[in-house]
Design a protein around this ligand. Sequence first.
Ligand code: ZN
Ligand code: ZN
Ligand code: ZN
Length: 366
Amino acid sequence: MNDSFAKRVARAQQRMSASDLDALLVGPSSDLRYLCGYDAPALERLTLLVLPAEGEPTLVLPQLERPRARSAQADGVARLVPWGETEDPIELVRTAMPPGARRAAVGDRLWASFVLRLQAAIPEVRWSPASEILEPLRARKDGHEIDALRRAARIADDVAVRLREQAVIGRTEREVAAWIGAELVERGSDRVGFVIVASGANAASPHHEPSDRVIEPGDALVCDFGGVLDGYCSDITRTFVAGRAPDGFDDAYSVLARAQDDAVATVRGSIAAEDVDAAARDAIDAAGYGDLFVHRTGHGIGLDVHEAPWIVAGNKRLLEPGMTFSIEPGIYAPARFGMRVEDIVVATADGVERLNDAPRDAAVLS
Ligand code: ZN
Ligand code: ZN
Ligand code: ZN
């Protein structure tokens, strides 16, 4: 395991040298987990990995968290430099910086309170975002990562299949969401990532927060949820109808299902991310629902539920084997209904593999 972290560190260092960066500073985040396997808590006490362009990384961390970092085997990747409660961790970071450093990249999710202190303590350094180095590395998953995503997706599929047999009429969105969350854990997720249950007019809000609204006959029901397994995320959306479909739903749903299929089918060879978005959008536009598809077609997924590559118009980046992302077109008719179908897919050498395989039809729930 440490071997693959060493490889990731080496690849990051290669990119740093090519970009003329002297150091990369990463706090608690999926970036840190990617580089050294340590899922550090993001708290007011500073934890920071200092990765020089050459040589061994240093992990500055609170003394009380050293056992936690050790049990994650972070000491196999980086030299641990613990700081006691009355010490100044920023000073330890300054010491760990390569001598004469002029340019450094800082983790996109490091708290501003730490970045501001670093900038004040190391004024000679010019800062840039670490994503410029790490995003392209993280976007292409290795076999172990794809396997973790596949296992995570399978659990989400299991829940989606069971959901088709649930009675939902008379239950609140919050109750259905609680059931989904419990099932995600019951079926093997380490934890729940998020759960969206949106019914009736609420389904027209893509990121609706489950409410106390009681599900009624004639509602569309958008269920979008994911768990986390070994650090890797799942994310699936299925749309159902309660009792019967609302007016206009069936026609729009057949368009949506075709759009999702079309977009998945475009993933082969060297295709740009924006072309996958265009495939879904063209199918929806052609049927006259274009104004109701109000978001991008998808996002990458891995240690973060939303990460590169972004499947959106204007993103000319070519999709490569090993990239994992969602394909999730939606149609949202304000005050009436909403619908979305989402699968995670992986681009392969000769096309695409869907990691989600639960039935995609809009099942009628009682
Ligand atoms: Zn979303
Ligand atoms: Zn989703
Ligand atoms: Zn998604």
